[in-house]
Design a protein around this ligand. Structure first.
Ligand code: FES
Ligand code: FE
Length: 343
């Protein structure tokens, strides 16, 4: 499965840009091959337009914003967040009219990012309970391009058989080859995954200290179709650590890796530098492997071989296959965009 082959991937919300970058002016982002010009409107809310002026095709992201209106850098035509051209400086008394407009996309602010859906979204923006809990602090970690398919990353996040090989430099231990008591509970648009994994670290804030002591992570995770995962990591001692990793698909073999975490503060304060260093080291261990994997991820059960600990990745493949098939048949029949398949 290659993301660019299936228009249904245009029907999800993705966090395309940190809001703070939009304070500096309009920004370009390419989501599934669609160039976007992102900017802040007059109400301080992010907006997303097709990054192509309807006059002579200049990139609107090269323009400037004043009072929430985006002005093209080439001849100064001005657009509002709906994509309507509201002023041509060369013809100040003439309304530009409905033909002078560009496509606008759904765009909302959440968790410090501008989220965009290119077509009618199947599901809402993933709800992260800890982001609404004052005992947790949201910390932005990574926003960078990885040369890997988004689904490979997702599978990796809930693959508990790789830490004892890939993450020996951080939390993995050869004594614990997979998770115990793993359970998957499906819901509309994703699933919960719970289990326990032996690790060689006391807790996140402790980084590599005490790694000779055996320890256990209790995992309470959620996968949201197609490419968002919330990793709830709980230790017997030490604060809970929630990692939210979202792979924004740019192309078949490239995705924008967006990661933030929610750190529980139990009143003793948390060492954010240690936490960031730890998560950085973990992600680089994964990157080395994932960037070498095949960007064409088969959704059938026959092309690649499996083992019991692959159940989360197998469930992702099964659910995505259902979503793709439902959308493909509706589009082939010329039906209006279908809602999300149930079950
Ligand atoms: Fe944008 Fe001319 S190309 S105003
Ligand atoms: Fe990993």
């Amino acid at each position: 499965m290659k993301v660019m082959d299936h228009p249904v991937f245009r029907r999800f919300w993705y966090p395309v840009m940190p809001l703070e970058r939009l304070q500096a002016g309009p920004q370009r982002f390419e989501l599934l091959g669609q160039g976007l010009a992102l900017f802040m409107d007059a109400a301080g809310q992010p907006a997303a337009l097709e990054d192509r002026c309807c006059h002579r095709s200049a990139r609107l992201s090269l323009g400037s914003v004043r009072e929430g209106i985006l002005a093209c850098a080439y001849h100064g035509w001005q657009y509002d967040r709906s994509g309507q051209c509201v002023l041509m400086p060369q013809l100040p008394g003439q309304p530009p009219g409905p033909q002078r407009r560009v496509k606008a996309f759904a765009c909302e602010a959440r968790y410090g990012y501008a989220w965009v859906a290119l077509e009618d979204p199947l599901y809402g923006i993933p709800r992260i309970p800890e982001a609404e809990n004052p005992a947790f602090r949201l910390v932005h970690e990574f926003y960078e391009v990885w040369n890997t398919a988004a689904l490979r990353w997702m599978e990796n996040e809930l693959d508990m058989a790789h830490p004892s090989f890939v993450h020996l430099g951080t939390f993995g231990t050869p004594e614990h080859l997979t998770a115990h008591d793993a359970v998957i509970e499906e819901f509309h648009g994703g699933f919960h995954y719970r289990g326990r994994l032996g690790v060689a670290v006391a807790h996140h804030a402790s980084k590599w200290e005490k790694r000779q002591d055996p320890n256990e992570r209790r995992l309470d995770c959620t996968w949201y179709a197609p490419f968002a995962v919330r990793l709830g990591i709980h230790y017997p001692d030490g604060p809970a650590h929630i990692v939210v990793n979202i792979q924004v698909p740019l192309a078949n073999d490239r995705s924008q890796m967006v990661q933030f975490c929610l750190v529980e503060d139990r009143g003793q304060g948390v060492d954010l530098d240690k936490i960031l260093a730890f998560d950085r080291a973990v992600t680089l261990e994964d990157k080395r492997i994932l960037e070498g994997t095949d960007p064409d991820v088969p959704l059938d059960m026959h092309t690649e071989r499996h083992m019991p600990s692959d159940q989360p990745g197998i469930a992702m493949r099964r659910i995505l296959k259902r979503i793709i098939e439902s959308d493909t048949s509706a589009r082939a029949a010329g039906a209006p965009p279908p809602s999300a398949p149930s079950g």
